[in-house]
Design a protein around this ligand. Structure first.
Ligand SMILES: *[C@@H]1O[C@H](CO)[C@@H](O)[C@H](O)[C@H]1NC(C)=O
Ligand SMILES: *[C@@H]1O[C@H](CO)[C@@H](O)[C@H](O)[C@H]1NC(C)=O
Length: 342
């Protein structure tokens, strides 16, 4: 009886502390470095700490950057550039082990790494590399069995939102049929290894490409319910996009794979809706909803893990003018608009 009494009195306390420490999905930021005017990585670490930013996505394995993060406690997504994938895919497992040791683990401890992002936006957008994605992931996965025996580091590959051939209504979403043979084994791997599906999602682009059909308020979390889908109601494009990916996976037979948004953001200049007030509105809502674990209509209460794009404007990016104006901070470390991270 005594034991039972202890059990009943302790259990709610444990439960309480568990829920209070795991609620609030923390916000990550992408540290893109296609620029010639950025502060040195050590200054960037101070900037992150003073703003309470605890998670960062890196697009490559620049040793100076990785070394600067080592021991800071900041958690990382580390990107394997697309061009490396054939080498990893075609080599033996021990080639992947060596690559991981030389390029990542020599510079930063395993317990700071959340995910290794294997390639970026390869499916449909950089299709030469498509056949190398899963073989590279499998070799890295085998290599991590010895380098990260607890299996904490998850492997995945970030996708462009355009890999959906249909996204409306969200429940009818489907991957581009052309991707079937690459997507199914990838989903199987993500499911079996409990790794997330990664997507780069930009409601800004959806609105800019189609302002007649998509309202600005719907993209900026400032709308009444716009879309009825089965029993679910959508009042913003971000939720509809995430749930479209959840449904596309379910429609292929894979339920329960988490979605991590490896990029989303809003530019502050470059024409049209690219304005600081819209960027503040969009990113501010993304942060609030993550911190409060709002989730989406299909997964209510499950905060979406998001990496905002990006820390700094990147003045050497090609393409449309707004591509060079996604930065939340100026190169001097001053915020372009008053975004709060916590
Ligand atoms: C890698 O593994 C292969 C096959 O097991 C072996 O023949 C080779 O010697 C290994 N290479 C190195 C550098 O350890
Ligand atoms: C957007 O929302 C605001 C109120 O928040 C409203 O005044 C405005 O008319 C809306 N715009 C459109 C195009 O519906």
């Amino acid at each position: 009886m005594k034991i039972q009494h202890l059990f009943f009195s302790f259990f709610p306390i444990l439960l309480l502390s568990f829920t209070t420490t795991t609620a609030a999905t923390s916000i990550g930021v992408c540290y893109g470095r296609v620029a010639d005017n950025l502060p040195p990585p050590s200054n960037v670490i101070n900037l992150l700490k003073s703003n309470g930013i605890t998670k960062i996505r890196l697009f490559n394995t620049d040793p100076d950057v990785l070394k600067a993060f080592s021991g800071t406690g900041i958690k990382l997504i580390i990107g394997v550039p697309n061009e490396i994938l054939p080498v990893l895919a075609n080599g033996a497992v021990n080639a992947s082990t060596k690559w991981l040791q030389a390029n990542i683990f020599a510079h930063v401890p395993a317990n700071q790494i959340l995910y290794i992002a294997v390639g970026n936006e390869i499916f449909l957008k950089d299709p030469y590399y498509t056949p190398f994605v899963l073989p590279a992931i499998m070799n890295l996965y085998q290599a991590l069995q010895t380098l990260d025996p607890a299996g904490k580091i998850k492997l995945s590959t970030p996708h462009a939102a355009s890999i959906l051939s249909n996204s409306y209504p969200p429940s009818a979403a489907a991957f581009d049929p052309y991707l079937q043979s690459a997507m199914i084994p990838l989903l199987q791997f993500l499911h079996d290894s409990r790794a997330p599906f990664m997507v780069n999602a930009y409601p800004f682009f959806s609105y800019s490409n189609n302002p007649k059909d998509i309202s600005l308020n719907y993209t900026l979390f400032n709308s009444a319910p716009m879309v009825q889908d089965g029993g679910l109601t959508y009042s913003n494009l971000f939720d509809a996009t995430i749930d479209a990916f959840v449904s596309a996976m379910e429609n292929e037979g894979f339920a329960g794979i988490p979605v991590v948004v490896t990029e989303t953001g809003w530019p502050t200049a470059g024409g049209g809706a690219a304005l600081p007030e819209n960027a503040l509105n969009y990113n501010g809502n993304i942060i609030k909803r993550a911190l409060n674990d709002v989730g989406t209509p299909k997964r209510p209460g499950v905060g979406v893990e998001v990496f905002l794009f990006a820390l700094f404007d990147e003045n050497q990016k090609s393409g449309e003018e707004f591509e060079r104006h996604f930065g939340i901070f100026g190169p001097n470390g001053v915020k372009t608009y008053d975004l709060k991270f916590k």
